[in-house]
Write a protein that binds this ligand. Structure first.
Ligand code: COA
Length: 347
């Protein structure tokens, strides 16, 4: 699926928030749990440490502070938000949805709220949906959260996966603006490759049972080499497609935010695309792969470092389980906004 923003409608990100749990797990500490070394992890992935949620922290506990920060920056009161989507593969529970719980915690009364599952690409799918909702006029102000607590579905004895992932969440507010905003999106999926990155049990194919638990089928299973090949391919092809569709070239890109899975994947994509390293946002060294939290956390870092100037062209590309991928191209506009009156509600 590919398309450009049209009809003179401009929708932009007006607030960004992020939250990562306090607990830092270093590579050296991991080496005391599984047969690995700091050197191996750094050389093969670029990851040095990751954040791990506390046993009593669930997805809403990460989403709430990120969402509050994004709303505050946008100057949008929670009850002025009419649409909330949380992209995650680790919801508090399958239902009630994490987004509905979050709406209640925020005080976003009567907002439409649902969760979205698209693996690590969830945030990209969610901002495309929120864009469409606001562009169509169905929503006035949308809140999008991307985040995961993969530490709770990782096999901590499997060194091939447990070194890669971390926990975290980010949030953005989408509204109509006068200047800049989203220029286009490209999204896709390849279910034939889905077998390379799975959570086998707990769904309708393999409902949770004593047997699935005994067989440890509630943990992430991954063929790292296949996912690596897929990732390096789609990060490049998706970015090229969205740039071409929007009539822009890679030289126009000021800030490139790829999914933070592995620094080797990021370097490969940046080199193949021709994006200079100083335009690439990298924080995988500090957070590991936070799945749906990865791109909004990197976006928040870029904003905190003053790298998002109004007028800058920002390219984001995610990829992950499904297999799925997605890109967005944005002409950056100023964050923040005038404090807005909550729309009057009846009843
Ligand atoms: N520490 C030490 N050795 C490890 C290890 C670890 N944590 N994990 C794997 N190894 C070993 C393997 O067992 C293998 O040993 P062998 O040669 O004796 O069999 C060796 O290291 C090389 O393994 P390989 O799988 O070829 O490594 P790699 O260079 O492909 O890197 C990944 C492995 C997982 C880092 C890499 O494939 C990758 O990043 N894939 C993409 C994963 C991803 O991004 N998933 C999420 C997408 S959203």
């Amino acid at each position: 699926m590919i398309g450009t923003a049209g009809n003179g409608v401009r929708i932009a990100i007006t607030g960004i928030g992020a939250y990562a749990p306090e607990r830092v797990l270093t590579n050296s500490e991991l080496a005391t749990i599984v047969d690995t070394t700091d050197e191996w992890i750094v050389e093969r992935t670029g990851i040095r440490e990751r954040r791990i949620a506390a046993p009593d922290q669930a997805m809403t506990d990460l989403a709430l502070p990120a969402a509050q920060q994004a709303l505050e920056q946008a100057g949008v009161p929670a009850d002025a938000v009419d649409y909330i989507v949380v992209a995650t593969v680790t919801p508090d529970a399958m239902f009630p949805t994490t987004s509905a719980l979050l709406a209640d915690m925020l005080g976003a009364r009567d907002a439409a709220a649902y969760d979205l599952l698209a693996g690590c690409t969830g945030f990209m799918y969610a901002i495309a949906q929120a864009y469409a909702m606001v562009a169509s006029g169905l929503s006035e102000r949308a809140l999008v959260v991307g985040g995961d607590i993969l530490s709770k579905i990782i096999d901590w004895r499997d060194r091939a996966t447990c070194v890669l992932f971390g926990d975290g969440a980010g949030a953005v507010v989408l509204e109509r603006v006068d200047h800049g905003g989203f220029l286009g999106f490209e999204l896709g999926a390849d279910g034939a490759g889905g077998k390379h990155l799975t959570l086998p049990a707990g769904g309708s194919r393999l409902p949770a049972s004593a047997e699935t638990v005994a067989q440890e089928q509630h943990f992430v299973r991954m063929d790292g080499r296949e996912v690596f090949k897929f990732a390096t391919r789609v990060l490049v092809s998706s970015a090229e497609k969205v740039l071409a569709e929007c009539g822009r070239s890679v030289e126009d890109v000021d800030v490139y935010i790829p999914h933070q899975a592995n620094v080797r994947i990021i370097d490969h994509a940046a080199k193949k695309l021709g994006v200079p390293r100083d335009r690439v946002v990298v924080n995988v060294d500090r957070y590991g792969n936070t799945s749906s939290g990865s791109i909004p956390l990197a976006l928040a870092d870029a904003a905190a470092e003053g790298r998002l100037e109004p007028g800058s062209l920002v390219l984001m590309t995610g990829m992950g389980a499904g297999l799925t991928w997605g890109s967005a191209l944005i002409e950056w506009s100023a964050l923040g906004g005038k404090p807005q009156q909550a729309p009057e509600r009846i009843g």
